[in-house]
Design a protein around this ligand. Structure first.
Ligand code: 5GP
Length: 213
């Protein structure tokens, strides 16, 4: 039997909400997830590798990907381009994997428009103070970058109502488990159970006709 298609999940959230750790734990703890690796023009942070955290490109290379229609969506975020490569996502969904895109809000809304069945999750710390504390403690960005990311958070907060679920990341393991159960419950929506419904309907129709099963 062919595997049902996977669920496309978009995870957004404030910079510093702990999305990276959340994704890492989700993939360590549960099977059947594929994390899409985005393309970006921003410089790698210490420890980041090409092809693992991101595909790092020059602006010219990135614009080439746009022209080739190789991205599902792309957006500009604090002076850099970020985009989702199309081929990998389609391949994994067709193989029945639940594919996670960790992208910002403009991209999230573009994906939802193109593929309305996409599940949109928004991750947030329990408070604004905690958000600031986490960004500063990460220690990977200059004060200037931190300030622009906090300013951006105010805009991003306005997008929260457009998401399907809000995940409050207070205790990481709890948040990972909640996220997993939300995604898994999507497999049981009527839309995603169409082939089962069809099969079951045909099978029970036999009872009505009084035929043997
Ligand atoms: P960072 O520079 O902290 O890794 O990412 C900055 C922002 O870009 C984050 O909000 C992240 O979710 C978003 N982002 C990462 N990849 C993509 C992508 O492929 N498309 C879009 N639209 N946003 C992305």
């Amino acid at each position: 039997m062919m595997a049902d298609k996977g669920i496309l999940v978009v995870v957004s959230g404030f910079s510093g909400a702990g999305k990276g750790t959340l994704m890492k734990r989700l993939l360590e703890k549960y099977d059947n997830y594929a994390l899409s690796v985005s393309a970006t023009t921003r410089a790698p942070r210490p420890g980041e590798e090409h092809g693992r955290e991101y595909f790092f490109h020059t602006k010219q290379e990135f614009e080439e990907l746009i022209l080739q229609d190789a991205l599902i969506e792309y957006a500009q975020y604090v002076d850099n381009y970020y985009g989702t490569p199309k081929a990998y996502v389609e391949k994994q969904l067709n193989a029945g994997k639940d594919v996670i895109l960790e992208i910002e809000i403009q991209g999230a809304l573009k994906v939802k428009e193109k593929m309305p069945e996409t599940l949109l999750l928004f991750v947030t710390p329990p408070s604004a103070q905690e958000l600031k504390r986490r960004l500063i403690n990460r220690g990977t960005e200059s004060l200037e970058v931190i300030e622009s990311r906090l300013a951006r958070a105010a805009e991003e907060a306005e997008g929260m109502p457009k998401y399907d679920y809000i995940l409050i990341n207070d205790e990481i393991e709890e948040c990972v488990d909640t996220m997993h159960s939300i995604i898994q419950s999507q497999h049981d929506t009527v839309k995603n159970r169409e082939s089962f419904i069809e099969k079951m309907t045909e099978e029970v129709a036999v009872f009505k006709k009084g035929e043997e099963v």
